[in-house]
Design a protein around this ligand. Structure first.
Ligand SMILES: [Zn+2]
Length: 175
C-alpha cells in the first residue's frame, strides 16, 4: 500500500480522544487515526448506498401500489361489465320469449302461418301477408289477454328496438 503524509490542525479535544483511543486499543496514534478516517469514509459510502437503496425501494413500492390500485380498478370494471352483461342477457332472453309468443294465425287463403307477437304488432305474417292475422281464441276471449296484447302494442316502439337489439327482424314463432 502506498502511503503519504498529511498535516491537519485539529482541536486539542479531538487529539486527546485519539490518544485515549490509541492507548485503550494498544495501537499507534497514527494507526488509530487512519483507522478512524477509513471507518468514516466507509460510513459515508455505506450511507450513500443505503440512501440509493431506500430510494429504489420507495420507487418499487410506489409502482407496486399504483399497479395494485390499477388492478383493483380493472377488477371492479370487469365485475361491473359482467353484471351489465348478465342483466342485458336476461332482458334479451325475456324479450325474445315475449316476441316469440305465438298469438295468432294468418288467415290469408292457403297460408295459415303462425304469427308471433312481433308479427302481430306489425300486422305481418311470416310469409309477408299484411293485416290478415286472427288472434287465437285464448287471446280473444280469455279475460285480461286483451290487456296483454294492448301491452304488447304499447311497447310497439320497444319491439322495434328489441328486434334491433336481438339482431333478428324475423323472430321465428317457435312456441
Ligand atoms: Zn300469411
Amino acid at each position: 500500500m502506498n502511503t503519504a503524509t498529511i498535516y491537519a490542525r485539529i482541536s486539542s479535544d479531538l487529539k486527546d480522544k485519539i490518544i485515549a483511543l490509541a492507548k485503550s486499543s494498544g495501537k499507534q496514534q497514527g494507526e488509530t487515526l487512519t483507522a478512524l478516517l477509513n471507518q468514516g469514509l466507509l460510513y459515508e459510502e455505506s450511507q450513500r448506498e443505503l440512501k440509493e437503496t431506500q430510494g429504489k425501494l420507495t420507487e418499487v413500492q410506489e409502482s407496486a401500489r399504483t399497479l395494485g390500485t390499477e388492478l383493483e380498478r380493472v377488477k371492479a370494471d370487469l365485475a361491473m361489465a359482467r353484471r351489465e352483461i348478465d342483466v342485458a342477457e336476461r332482458a334479451k332472453g325475456h324479450l325474445q320469449r315475449i316476441l316469440n309468443t305465438e298469438v295468432g294465425r294468418c288467415v290469408f287463403p292457403d297460408c295459415g302461418a303462425p304469427v308471433n307477437l312481433y308479427g302481430f304488432v306489425y300486422q305481418q305474417c311470416p310469409c309477408g301477408h299484411s293485416r290478415r292475422i286472427e288472434l287465437h281464441d285464448e287471446y280473444k276471449k280469455a279475460p285480461g289477454v286483451g290487456d296483454v296484447i294492448v301491452t304488447g302494442l304499447a311497447i310497439f316502439g320497444g319491439v322495434a328496438l328489441a328486434a334491433e337489439l336481438l339482431g333478428d327482424k324475423r323472430t321465428e314463432g317457435t312456441s
